[in-house]
Design a protein around this ligand. Sequence first.
Ligand SMILES: [Zn+2]
Length: 138
Amino acid sequence: MDNEYLKPLPAPDHLTAPFWDGCKANKLLLQRCKQCSTSQFPPGPLCTKCRSAELEWSEASGKAKVYSWIVVRHPIPADVYKDEVPYVVALVDLDEGPRMSTNIVDCVPESIKDGMPVEVAFKQVSDAITLPLFRPAK
Ligand SMILES: [Zn+2]
């Protein structure tokens, strides 16, 4: 782990802390509605489908498919991202339904394809934060 992680980090709040605690334990947790069983991300106070406030945390499979992506080749800000480029920023559709923004890692950017199966790969970046990244499914 890099103790001098200089990139922006998420700031967990009362709605998102369970998600980040899950990542820290290498579990991808999603809110699931007790009324209609819809899984949602990002976390919110109500179900985005039926407006129920009865939500529970449920561990996701960690499996997803690539929906869209870009390859970042010019680091901004240059000082903290210069060793990262090229890197991939992507939207992935989780098997449970929600779409999540992430990075695709452990592959060359040119190998990424629309609909490609990917799986979560947790990366601890500070004592408090572990990021849910995705890599090609094995
Ligand atoms: Zn619902």
